[in-house]
Design a protein around this ligand. Structure first.
Ligand code: LIP
Length: 278
């Protein structure tokens, strides 16, 4: 099935759909938003999250009726996430940075990745509020608003600007590790930043604006697109313990260079979020 898939058409379709869906985010970002709670009091969903996910899924299905989905809001329902198979599967976060969106802090994005035979072929991370569009196709480089981008090349942890997040849970064990890692990293790195969107953090690594990003607790839809964008920009994406990146493990470490990734990995206290995404 994947062999005959026109990936150029897939890219064109999703690039147009995120532009359309982005308007729903941009036009609602002038005021604070109503929200509902998901897994806890800092895990939020708005009507816009649901509307954007629906618009993207309906639009994709119109062109590619047999494609599958793993979408953040659909996966939060009782049935849970769809299993990743070899079928073309769109992994969608309709609003990554929902907390920012709720507060009208203009740093949220749509994140969409397409996997075929479990390999990511397309990645788009799009902040429609500030018109920041990061795109990649496997083997064809990474782009910011149409211009080719490259990671910084930074190898030295002491000179690195690193991003991470508090995450969307106040689980005591998890918070202990998060705070311990912030304290340890703050002593090692040049600068530490917490901006509120896992996908945009990784996009900043691809852009060369940040040198690395790590997080325990992310989901497949937060990182699928940005993983490809970072790698196509010449960076590395690995498991925070130093092994291979596993998109379902809820753990990620992206960096400009393997040297920097390994240096950060050595500093981090490890954490295994449960349940996994599969
Ligand atoms: C969230 C990110 C947040 C990160 C969480 C989660 P959501 O996505 O924006 O910064 O810490 O792991 O990925 O819930 O806003 O789509």
């Amino acid at each position: 099935m994947g062999d005959s898939l026109d990936l150029g058409k897939c890219f064109e379709v999703i690039n147009n759909l995120v532009t359309e869906a982005g308007q729903l985010i941009a036009c609602n970002n002038e005021t604070r938003q109503e929200f509902e709670l998901k897994s806890g009091d800092i895990d939020l969903v708005t009507q816009t999250d649901k509307d954007v996910e629906k618009l993207l899924m309906n639009g994709i299905t119109k062109h590619f009726p047999d494609h599958k989905f793993i979408g953040e809001e659909e996966s939060s329902g009782e049935a849970g996430a769809n299993k990743l198979t070899d079928c073309p599967t769109w992994i969608i976060d309709p609003v990554d940075g929902t907390m920012n969106f709720v507060h009208a802090f203009p740093h949220s994005c749509i994140s969409v990745g397409l996997k075929v035979n479990k390999v990511t072929e397309i990645g788009i991370v799009y902040n429609p509020i500030l018109e920041q569009r990061f795109t990649a196709r496997r083997g064809q480089g990474a782009f910011y608003n149409g211009k080719r981008i490259q990671v910084s090349g930074q190898k030295d942890i002491k000179k690195a600007l690193v991003t991470s997040e508090f995450g969307t849970t106040r689980d005591v064990e998890k918070m202990k590790v998060v705070n311990e890692n912030f304290a340890k990293m703050a002593k090692e790195v040049h600068a530490l930043r917490v901006l509120g969107s896992a996908a945009l953090n990784m996009a900043m690594v691809a852009l060369g604006a940040a040198d690395a990003n790590y997080e325990f607790g992310i989901h497949a839809w937060d990182v699928c697109a940005a993983d490809l964008i970072v790698r196509e920009a010449g960076g590395v994406v690995i498991d925070p313990a130093g092994g291979e990146f596993d998109i379902m493990s809820r753990r990620v470490l992206a960096a400009a260079t393997p040297e920097l990734a390994m240096a950060i990995s050595k500093v981090l206290t490890q954490y295994n979020p449960m349940p996994r995404d599969d």
